[in-house]
Design a protein around this ligand. Structure first.
Ligand code: CDP
Ligand code: MG
Length: 833
């Protein structure tokens, strides 16, 4: 542990700080716990807690009177012509026919499961049925309904839609609350929020006081948060016998959920969709004028194809298609494809080959097919933005007079979001590039054509190797079917799957639930911050429990990084980490970046670790690329090299030469842009937790201290550490668990014959024959001691207590000075040692 003298100083500082804090602000700096909404609105019913009994009675009376008024307003709206038309639309939805059955089931059971075809009116209608039923003036009852959505954009768009249906302003009876944004008022009875928000709310209000109904939407997606919420709700039910829980889903395994909730009844809403014709890759190829031969070759069988209108265009297109398709066939042998070669599927990357094919299909549809919107499913934001860029440059697809080109993904702006539902006029074709969120949570009614790339980004986790990754992987059969179904909403449609039928046959039936395929560190932190007891005991109550080994790995990791103490209690650091919805190692860097006033470069490092490697290494120009990367690095760090590269890009981008800069330096412009927007996101997360104040720009004072950067990187990446052993001509590397390891050839450190530091911290190791380290930063002994802890566990405790002290200090900038003198003392002490 720490030297006794130092320990004493730390304790004294801490004590002084804590008493100061208790006097001055009662902990109100905790952004997350604050109960005032961002738009200054009264929080309405939802935040009412512990009022005195008289006030409560008075409030209830006011509430009743408001209810009657609202009821009258509703009646007036329904009698208006717009209201009548909307009413007729609502009655036409399949959910309406089941209204009574649903309300009956809810009144008689604590938990009800509702399933139905996407677009049948679950999300928009069922919460309204409950609202209307409960606020019926004859019954005079009060209600407050919370409906969760897996993504913030659906929470926002759905609440907006319902307000429109009810002829109200958003924030009257219906509102939403997502991170950073909220629209709700004192009359809000139906609140849409993200699942994450409800989980955080449970942190301060574990009994959900005042809430009458919780509706969990889209449970078929089996997201980690949803599975987690189900365990919490299941535990809550006996304590809140009056609480009603409604689970809603598209196609689902209703039995699984029903038996989880002790035989809860399920209601199925019968749906209807128009037939959709499916084309697989081989059929799509035929459309292009090519086909697959038995030798896996493409053959131009030279038939006259009726849709050919522009000969020259077709010729050019054909060569593009040919090269794209050849790429596909070279990388995977689809003819001999079977379940056993699932891995070989991953070498086929539909994103890179698919873009030409998608462009081709879009042109064909625009020129030859009946009217109707096109929905293109891609893997993620980066694909969407680069395809959009490509299409915008196209003579036809980029012409706004003929094509309305839109993107649809989780982080888009709400103004963009509304356009998606609009129906363009004057023969303009709407094309929407979407992630798998358009699969079930968003219904675009006028879609007639669907293009499905067959992949979705999903995290996977291998408990044995303890390594997570976020990669595009093949979707399930259920997803493919769902994507296809999106084309048949209003009339018969067509769906182009950009993969052969044999690949489809090998798809898994369902996607694995997220809880079984992602690292559990963040989840474990949340369990602890919600005070839900022992982690493994809690997780054993999940719908499908994760493997014991995965749980143990997560707990062990959290202990090593100091988020949990030996008896599994949350430390100060752990508490902060649980407020940041990012991987703990990234969270640690962010926190320390804020603490040490050098957030600017740390935001880049953290964003850089989240996106695809921005340093490109084309095989034929490997040397040039490595040399380009080396000019950013004088300091034996891949992470700091990225920071410098990004800073250069920002200047270039400002001078409108960003692309040239990337090209010259072998950088991916797409990754740079992604880093740019991720940085903003992380910054607002920190603002949420109260660690920084966005309005103050003091947090960059230390940005150019490279040793400090090293220290913070070490703090995040520990225990990913290896020692550097120098011999005469070069050096070798060793880790505790693996023995000898090597540097990945892309690392700037791989080019050096000497590293003037005794340690390297690394982000990731990959096993190919032997073990290779990706992205490393060299660090000194004192950095490792102060920021990584030594390699024996006993010392870590003292070290972390000290870190906890630092964090507390930061909460009050007035104490920053004191902390800095402490740090100087620490440094001196280390040097004496
Ligand atoms: O949740 P579910 O998939 O069952 O359907 P929903 O989201 O409640 O949508 C029901 C219908 O409302 C859709 O089929 C659309 O016709 C319409 N809707 C709309 O026009 N605009 C929206 N923003 C949302 C829904
Ligand atoms: Mg829905």
């Amino acid at each position: 542990s720490l030297p006794p003298e130092l320990q004493k100083r730390v304790d004294a500082h801490l004590e002084e700080y804590l008493s100061h804090k208790a006097k001055s602000n009662n902990g109100s700096r905790d952004g997350l716990y604050s109960t005032t909404s961002s738009n200054g609105n009264d929080e309405g019913l939802f935040e009412q807690t512990d009022l005195g009994p008289q006030i409560q009675v008075a409030m209830q009376q006011v509430y009743r009177i408001r209810s009657v008024q609202l009821q009258a307003d509703q009646q007036a709206w329904q009698d208006s012509s717009d209201g009548w038309r909307m009413g007729e639309f609502r009655k036409s939805l399949p959910a309406y026919k089941e209204k009574d059955t649903i309300l009956n089931a809810i009144s008689q059971n604590q938990v009800v499961i509702i399933s139905g075809e996407t677009g049948c009116g679950k999300t928009t209608q069922i919460p309204q049925f409950i609202l209307e039923h409960e606020t019926d003036s004859l019954r005079g009852a009060t209600c407050s309904i919370i409906c969760t959505q897996p993504r913030r954009i659906s929470a926002m768009s759905v609440s907006e839609r319902i307000a429109t249906e009810r002829g109200e302003k958003l924030g009257d009876t219906v509102g939403y609350k997502v991170r950073l944004e909220s629209i709700k008022g004192r009359d809000t009875r139906l609140l849409f929020c993200t699942t994450g928000y409800l989980l955080r709310r449970l942190l301060i209000d574990s009994n959900l006081k005042g809430v009458t109904h919780v509706i969990v939407d889209e449970i078929h997606e089996r997201g980690m948060n949803e599975d987690f919420l189900l365990i919490v709700l299941k535990e809550l039910l006996p304590r809140r016998p009056d609480l009603r829980v409604v689970l809603m889903s598209a196609t689902l395994d209703a039995d699984l959920f029903s038996s989880y909730f002790g035989g809860a009844p399920s209601v199925k809403i019968p749906g209807f969709t128009h037939p959709v014709h499916s084309y697989f890759l081989e059929d799509v190829l035929e459309k292009t004028g090519y086909r697959l031969t038995t030798e896996n070759q493409i053959d131009d069988y030279g038939q006259e194809r009726p849709w050919k209108s522009n000969k020259q265009f077709i010729k050019k297109r054909k060569s593009q298609i040919a090269s794209a398709v050849e790429g596909v066939l070279l990388s995977a042998d689809f003819r001999n494809f079977s379940q056993q070669t699932r891995e070989s599927m991953s070498c086929w990357n539909p994103d890179c080959m698919g873009f030409n094919l998608i462009e081709f299909l879009l042109v064909t549809i625009c020129e030859n097919e009946k009217p109707g919107a096109v929905l293109v499913f891609l893997t993620g934001w980066d694909d969407i933005s680069s395809l959009k860029e490509k299409l915008q440059a196209h003579y036809l697809l980029g012409d706004p007079a003929r094509v309305l080109l839109l993107a649809c993904h989780g982080s888009m702006a709400s103004s963009e979001q509304k356009l998606i539902f609009e129906k363009p006029e004057g023969g303009v074709r709407k094309i929407v590039l979407a992630t798998n969120m358009a699969e079930t949570s968003i219904t675009i009614d006028d879609v007639v054509f669907v293009i499905d790339c067959g992949k979705a980004k999903e995290t996977s986790y291998d408990a044995l190797n303890n390594t997570p990754c976020l990669l595009p992987s093949w979707i399930s059969k259920v997803s493919a079917k769902q994507r296809r179904g999106r084309a048949g909403r209003v009339q018969p449609g067509e769906c182009y799957h950009l993969y052969p039928q044999c690949v489809y046959n090998a798809f898994a039936e369902y996607q694995l639930p997220e809880i079984l395929r992602t690292p559990l560190q963040s989840l474990c932190l949340q369990i602890k911050s919600l005070k839900l007891g022992s982690i493994s005991e809690f997780l054993s109550k999940a719908l499908q429990s994760p493997k014991l080994l995965a749980v143990q790995n997560a707990i062990e990791y959290l202990k090593v990084i100091g988020a949990l103490d030996e008896s599994e209690n949350l430390t100060v650091l752990g508490r902060y980490l649980s407020m940041l919805p990012v991987e703990p190692k990234l969270g640690k860097m962010l926190i320390l970046g804020a603490v040490f006033n050098c957030l600017d470069p740390i935001l880049t490092v953290v964003a850089g670790l989240t996106v695809r490697d921005p340093f490109l290494a084309p095989l034929d120009k490997k040397d040039l690329a490595e040399a380009a990367k080396a000019q950013f690095s004088r300091n034996h760090s891949d992470h700091i090299a990225l920071v410098r590269a990004y800073e250069g890009w920002k200047v270039a981008e400002y001078e409108l030469t960003g692309h040239e800069y990337c090209w010259k330096n072998f950088l991916s412009a797409q990754s740079m842009k992604a880093i740019y927007s991720l940085r903003q996101e992380f910054q607002s997360l920190l603002n949420d937790t109260g660690l920084i104040d966005c309005n103050i720009t003091i947090y960059n004072t230390w940005s150019y201290d490279e040793n400090l950067l090293r220290a913070i990187i070490c703090y995040g990446l520990y225990p990913g550490i290896c020692s550097v052993v120098h011999n005469e001509k070069s050096f070798s590397l060793k880790t505790m668990e693996d023995g000898q390891v090597h540097l990945h050839s892309n690392s700037v450190n791989a080019r050096d014959s000497k590293i003037p530091y005794p340690w390297l911290v690394f982000n990731e190791k990959i096993k190919v024959n032997s073990i290779f380290l990706k992205d490393s930063t060299a660090i000194s002994d004192s950095v490792l001691l102060l920021f990584g802890g030594t390699l024996s566990k006993g010392d870590i405790d003292g070290h972390l207590k000290m870190m906890g002290g630092y964090l507390e200090f930061f909460m009050d900038p007035g104490l920053a000075k004191m902390y800095q003198s402490l740090r100087r003392e620490l440094d001196e002490l280390i040097q004496c040692k």
